[in-house]
Design a protein around this ligand. Structure first.
Ligand SMILES: [Zn+2]
Ligand SMILES: [Zn+2]
Length: 644
């Protein structure tokens, strides 16, 4: 809740609109203002917002300002805490490693980093000593002092310290004055704000080291980055570190190898996934599911080629706006672009016939393989790749249908996310700087998205300037079992491409009009979605998605004949089943099936052989009671039908 501070003759401070104290205006800092207001839990306040702008607690407050406290456990508070911790880390590193040069140290999601230029890269082994030195600096409770100096003076000061990166930054800013923050012997160029003093850091941890280019530019110096995090107290930090540990156990690259789902090969190229048999069937199951769900919702299934003439990419605007992410090739002196998106073929299908308002909406669906060049540094497992399949569709509709179509997509997302057990949040992104289309179209499209979301009564946030170059979009961020957010579904509105491709329909009044195009994906990239799914389920997929649903384990060789019969019958019934008839200890066979996360291990002993049935053992070690073969088949088929 904002509080008002204003000046009529003297400073008055209002608390819930009631003047409570009148004080000497000469000594009024933001902290004083908060004290006089009587803000509760002042020890948890680490900064302040003045007229909505974050400030240091020590900053002087202007008359007529509105102030509100920033608490340490709010998102803004954590960002300020973590960023301040990066200053402390830089100070510790400078003290421990003479000759190191500092660059920048921002807060990021869940933590902070600082990039250093040193004669050698920092290693994990360096972190304990840096942490120890940080702890000493924190114990000293050094205040963060802010000063505003001329850029000239700042350049001289950082030059004399050999901090050439800082000099470069100040020269780039090109402002008359800059602000410098100092704690103890360490000064850093920074906008602020910061915590009042180093002692406010109660819980921090350095996480890892990595390489990073200065300003992300591969042609510039390779720097050494140290990642860390800080939280409001030790308990929350401990919970976070536990979540990181849990995430490591669920890492989809590790599980992908353990379950033999996929791999990448240097000989093929980085960021290109090769699906092994178990991953291949998993993909197939998801794609099959997608086709059924799309057909149910009135989509047509289409398919375009992998490479299209470059001239067409020029026409669509991709060549101008997306070229650096595309691959090109030449055949018979003709330049082709490998598709990074599936839109173009779909538009040509639409344009292949005369369309009437009665034909609309048209919903074209394609499981489209696209190639996008990503920098090698960002490639990771299935989540950042260079070739992936989108569950992509383009809906062409009249402007009047736009709202219903977007709502339909949002319902689709809701149904699918419920099946996979993901919660999600929505973000609406508006016009970016680099974009095509008129202001009017952008406004119409943005309003259509907001209206559809509001009519679905879904909460959303706005991302200013983060839209695609051809239109605004809704991004769906799903939350996995570890509360991590992943971007999957998007719904993008597009008034520009139908114009460029001269798409039309004949309206009721016989006049040719432009349809609106919606680009949308539900799961997004199948590769990425499977990566997220592996981590979400920790590799233990629900029965309907398990590459192997049941494994038959014989107790002794006497049971092989019956085991083989069960195997044949289950395969016949469409169940994905494997047999382990080796002459090995049963315990070993059971353990191996568990490591493979097979939902049902069917132990076949003498009783099962005699009574012609199975005793299913579950992944968690519990057992179902003995059942006849047919009963088990029904049981598993019912689970698949329910998508469990
Ligand atoms: Zn700073
Ligand atoms: Zn598209």
């Amino acid at each position: 809740m904002p509080y008002s501070v204003y000046n009529d003759m003297e400073y008055k401070i209002l608390f819930k609109d009631q003047p409570v104290v009148i004080i000497d205006k000469d000594s009024l800092s933001c902290l004083d203002a908060l004290k006089h207001i009587g803000i509760k839990a002042l020890d948890r306040v680490i900064a302040v917002k003045v007229n909505g702008r974050p400030c240091d607690l020590s900053a002087a407050i202007e008359p007529e300002s509105t102030v509100e406290p920033v608490y340490i456990d709010s998102q803004e508070g954590l960002d300020i805490l973590r960023h301040s911790a990066s200053h402390v880390m830089a100070m510790a590193v400078k003290e421990l490693f003479p000759g190191v040069k500092v660059t920048i140290g921002p807060a990021i999601e869940n933590g902070f980093y600082y990039d250093f230029d040193f004669e050698r890269p920092f290693k994990e082994e360096d972190l304990p000593s840096i942490e120890e030195r940080m702890e000493e600096i924190i114990q000293k409770d050094l205040p963060f002092r802010r000063e505003e100096i001329s850029s000239r003076e700042a350049i001289d000061r950082f030059k004399s310290q050999g901090e050439t990166y800082k000099v470069e930054i100040i020269e780039d800013i090109g402002a008359e004055k800059v602000s410098v923050y100092t704690q103890g012997s360490f000064s850093d160029l920074c906008r602020g704000p910061h915590i009042p003093a180093t002692g406010r850091i109660k819980a921090f941890k350095l996480i890892k080291t990595a390489g990073a280019y200065w300003r992300g530019d591969e042609k510039r110096a390779m720097l050494s980055r140290i990642y860390g995090t800080a939280f409001e107290d030790r308990k929350v930090l401990k919970q976070y570190l536990q979540r990181i540990e849990d995430a490591k156990k669920r890492d989809h690259v590790k599980l992908g190898r353990q379950l033999d789902l996929f791999n990448t090969y240097d000989e093929i190229g980085s960021g290109m996934i090769v699906w092994h048999p178990k991953g291949g069937i998993l993909r197939h199951l998801i794609e099959d599911f997608e086709v059924k769900e799309h057909l149910k919702r009135g989509y047509d299934i289409v398919k375009g080629p992998q490479i299209l003439k470059t001239a067409l990419w020029e026409k669509s605007g991709h060549f101008d706006h997306y070229r650096e992410n595309m691959y090109f090739t030449e055949i018979d002196q003709q330049s082709y672009g490998i598709k990074p998106m599936n839109c173009l073929s779909h538009m040509l299908i639409y344009r292949s016939a005369l369309r009437s308002y009665r034909d609309l909406p048209k919903r074209y669906f394609e499981l489209g393989l696209v190639h996008r060049h990503e920098r090698s540094g960002v490639l990771h497992g299935l989540t950042r790749v260079r070739a992936f399949t989108q569950d992509d569709a383009h809906i062409l509709c009249t402007p009047e249908q736009l709202n219903d179509e977007i709502k339909g997509v949002l319902y689709f997302v809701k149904d699918v996310m419920a099946i996979f057990g993901f919660e999600y949040e929505l973000e609406i992104s508006t016009r970016p700087e680099k974009s095509i289309g008129s202001d009017d179209d952008w406004e119409k499209a943005t309003n259509a998205l907001i209206k559809a979301v509001e009519e679905n009564s879904l909460p959303y946030t706005i991302n200013e300037g983060d839209g695609a170059f051809y239109g605004p979009k809704i991004d769906v961020k799903l939350k996995d079992a570890l509360e991590r957010k992943w971007q999957c579904a998007t719904v993008q509105c597009d008034f520009a491409l139908p114009e460029r491709f001269d798409l039309t329909y004949i309206d009721k009044d016989s006049i040719r009009r432009r349809p609106v195009m919606i680009h949308r994906v539900i799961l997004g990239s199948i590769e990425r979605f499977i990566g997220i799914m592996i981590e979400h389920y920790a590799g233990a997929f629900p029965v309907w998605l398990s590459p192997v649903q049941a494994k038959i384990l014989t107790v002794t060789d006497r049971n092989i004949a019956y085991g083989e019969k069960v195997l044949r019958n289950l395969i016949e019934a469409g169940i994905r089943v494997e047999g382990d008839f080796r002459n090995e200890k049963l315990g070993l066979k059971v353990r191996e099936a568990q490591i493979q996360k097979v939902p049902y291990a069917l132990v076949i002993g003498d009783r099962e052989s005699q009574d012609e049935g199975v005793t299913p053992r579950l992944r968690d070690g519990s057992n179902l009671s003995f059942m006849k073969e047919g009963e088990f088949i029904n049981h598993i088929q019912e689970e698949c039908k329910q998508r469990r």
